[in-house]
Ligand binder design. Structure first.
Ligand code: ATP
Ligand code: LTN
Length: 331
């Protein structure tokens, strides 16, 4: 029997899941779950690189897990777990930290962006965030990492660290590859289409949450920032309209240019009404399943407890090999 290739990915419980998270990453997770051995984590250790209220973090963690399932991840097929429950992530991170150059972390655009936003809390965790992400991926010997476009630089570091370790010691890690969707890899904020849609945005009108009700979705799309040209065209000069076309194309499986052609001679109002309807209808079953999952917290607990054990089994094997190669005496 051919061994399945391995996938690892994760999302931070730093808020509720947005349309960007779904189209950029989670949708692909669900599409790949049959062909790969998949590990999907709620990466709570990453979330605390920005301040979190403990109660809120706990809720977000469970809610994100519920959303994974609501989006279609099958807990029987995938290992779904909570990052902080598998201590190996932190242990491998330490080893990789000692092999990561300050210069390469300094180049990370996510760090620069987040540093600007949190000048009063410029902590070391924010700086070494990509090293923890590399540890996540390498522990599971992942071949493929389905993520959005914003994670490209972090994927490069993970690959560089894997190669660096393999060259310094001997073949240990699989070299992972990022897997980004053709459309939807970078969904933009509805309020500022030059910025990515982000669940930790301070303006809730900038993002659509999978848990938003229909009224909220319609309002946010109607209020979305466009331009004064008044023509629905798929063009870089109209980033707001382009973003709505991308969303629409992704949900309807149609070509964005074809959709644009349909609105010739019509204004933005009609276009926005249709986009809102497509989004609401697509998200309806996800939202229903999500509400159901949240009413079944014991089931969610069973899922992550089983996932934690399976994840740790795999992670501990890799870590043991790493410790030996580095020269630590086994206990
Ligand atoms: P935060 O706002 O707290 O930084 P986030 O929503 O940007 O969080 P994560 O939870 O860390 O990001 O991301 C989960 C996945 O969603 C990642 O693979 C990321 O690349 C993807 N993703 C996040 N935002 C977008 C977006 N706007 N468009 C496409 N993919 C996205
Ligand atoms: N940094 C990612 C979340 C993340 C991740 C990972 C994604 C943490 N560890 C490992 C893929 C693989 C982000 O989306 N901000």
């Amino acid at each position: 029997m051919d061994e399945k290739k391995v996938i690892f990915s994760g999302a931070q419980p730093s808020g509720k899941m947005t349309l960007g998270n779904y189209l950029g990453a989670i949708k692909n997770w669900t599409l790949l779950q049959d062909e790969y051995e998949c590990y999907y984590s709620v990466v709570d250790l990453h979330a605390i690189t920005v301040p979190q209220k403990p109660e809120v973090l706990r809720n977000n963690t469970i809610e994100l897990l519920a959303q994974y399932i609501a989006c279609g991840l099958d807990p029987e097929k995938n290992t779904i777990f909570i990052q902080s429950h598998v201590k190996e992530h932190l242990e491998l991170m330490w080893v990789l930290n000692t092999m990561t150059y300050m210069g390469e972390l300094n180049r990370m655009t996510q760090f620069k962006d987040k540093a600007k936003k949190s000048e009063e809390n410029l902590n070391a965790g924010l700086f070494t965030y990509p090293v923890l992400m590399a540890a996540d991926i390498l522990l599971y010997q992942a071949d493929l990492v389905p993520v959005g476009e914003d994670q490209r630089q972090h994927m490069e570091i993970a690959r560089d660290l894997a190669n660096r370790f393999n060259n310094r010691y001997s073949e240990t890690f699989t070299i992972p590859e990022g897997y980004m969707p053709k459309e939807g890899a970078r969904i933009m904020s509805l309020q500022d289409p030059t910025k990515k849609m982000s669940k930790s945005d301070s303006d809730p009108n900038g993002y659509i949450l999978l848990a938003d009700d229909s009224d909220a979705i319609v309002k946010k799309i109607k209020k979305s920032v466009t331009d004064s040209l008044g023509v629905v065209k798929y063009s870089d000069e109209q980033p707001g309209i382009k973003n709505l076309l991308d969303i629409c194309a992704n949900f309807s499986g149609r070509d964005p240019q074809d959709i644009a052609a349909q609105y010739e001679g019509k204004g933005y109002g009609a276009f926005k009404t249709d986009v809102a309807e497509i989004v609401v209808e697509y998200l309806r079953p996800i939202k229903e399943k999500y509400d159901y999952m949240l009413a079944n917290k014991d089931y969610l607990r069973d899922i992550y407890l089983a996932g934690d054990v399976k994840a740790q089994e795999k992670a501990s094997k890799t870590l043991k090999a790493v410790y030996e190669k580095v020269g630590f005496i086994p206990r």
